[in-house]
Design a protein around this ligand. Structure first.
Ligand code: CO
Ligand code: ZN
Length: 332
């Protein structure tokens, strides 16, 4: 079940560069259901489900396992941790949040008072309080270089929606797991990449695409929203179906892949949205320019409050996306 898979994957600790626990969780779900499974030097988990056609294509799907975090840069003599960002952490979203380190050590992320002016606090004004009363005590709990993430959560909202940290991009990891479980008798070979280090520049997917030599690529990721107070852009709404990306700052989607997605949606009877995002990127950007170039697109899950601890999606968009993906495999 999509919802259970999502819940399992959201619970795993996996900041950028430390995605191991997420990979283990995915392996547990896919064991015995795919034809090959291996981890490369970047930590990407790459699985294959062979197609029935010997002349079939290799279709790479990529969903990133990592999510944004706060790395410890310095421990002050009073025991407070100074931090920097790993990926796109917004200080305004980070303060007064519960965070957790890889070994389960909890902390609270706080911001210094900023009385001089009313400007937004920068990352340099953030610190994590882990309850230590001195540097010596803190050093027994945490070291410089350790990464804290927003503490895992799973908040059902209304009938169809769920809020959680790490929804970017564990919701797509869940989608990819379910697609691999459901796909049957497909002609093309599915190359499922659970990628690493997307949040710092699509690093894992680039390596995975180079090594996997796909004929076609498709990134699976969240996109922004335009349906809350004072937010009208991009023209993407929750619950209106997954979004076919036209372009963002990492990629202009290859027309052949984009059209195959629209055809797949039509065949699946799923409503999709058209997405133009004036910022951001996905693994698609790295896949498309790998080796001699790979026709590539992105299917997006609309997500509110991206890069906060309450990233919110609609499960109907997830279910729609799964149907579209199953139709897409043999349409490229
Ligand atoms: Co992100
Ligand atoms: Zn993402």
């Amino acid at each position: 079940m999509l919802r259970d898979t999502l819940k399992t994957l959201l619970a795993a600790y996996g900041p950028t560069g430390s995605e191991h626990a997420v990979a283990e969780a995915v392996k547990g779900l896919l064991e015995g259901h795919v034809d090959s499974m291996h981890t490369d030097h970047m930590g990407n988990l790459i699985v294959e489900k062979f197609g029935s056609d010997p002349d079939g294509r290799r279709v790479m799907f990529s969903a990133h396992m990592d999510h944004i975090g706060l790395v410890v840069t310095n421990i002050e003599k009073e025991g407070f941790l100074r931090v920097s960002n790993v990926g796109g952490i917004s200080p305004a979203y980070a303060w007064r949040r519960k965070v957790v380190f890889g070994d389960g050590t909890p902390g609270v992320c706080v911001v210094e008072p900023n009385p001089k002016d009313n400007s937004q606090p920068g990352l340099e004004h953030l610190f994590i309080d882990i309850g230590a009363e001195s540097r010596e005590e803190a050093e027994k709990m945490v070291q410089i270089g350790d990464i804290a993430v927003y503490a895992p959560d799973f908040i059902p909202l209304g009938k169809h929606r769920v809020a959680s940290p790490a929804m970017d991009d564990r919701c797509a990891c869940a989608l990819l797991v379910e697609m691999l479980l459901y796909a049957e008798d497909q002609k093309n070979t599915i190359v499922g990449v659970f990628s690493t280090q997307e949040e710092v520049g699509l690093r894992g997917a680039g390596v995975a695409a180079f090594n996997s030599q796909p004929d076609v690529g498709l990134a699976l990721d969240v996109t922004a929203w335009g349906d809350t107070p004072e937010v009208k852009y991009p023209a993407v709404k929750l619950g209106q179906g997954p979004a076919v990306k036209i372009m963002d700052r990492s990629m202009i989607a290859s027309p052949s892949v984009r059209e195959a997605l629209f055809e797949a949606a039509l065949a699946a009877g799923v409503q999709v949205q058209r997405e133009v995002l004036a910022y951001g990127g996905t693994d698609g950007g790295a896949i498309q320019t790998s080796r001699g170039g790979v026709p590539t697109g992105t299917l997006s899950i609309p997500c509110r409050y991206v890069h906060s601890a309450v990233e919110t999606i609609d499960m109907r968009d997830m279910e729609g996306a799964l149907k579209v993906l199953l139709q897409f495999i043999d349409r490229v």
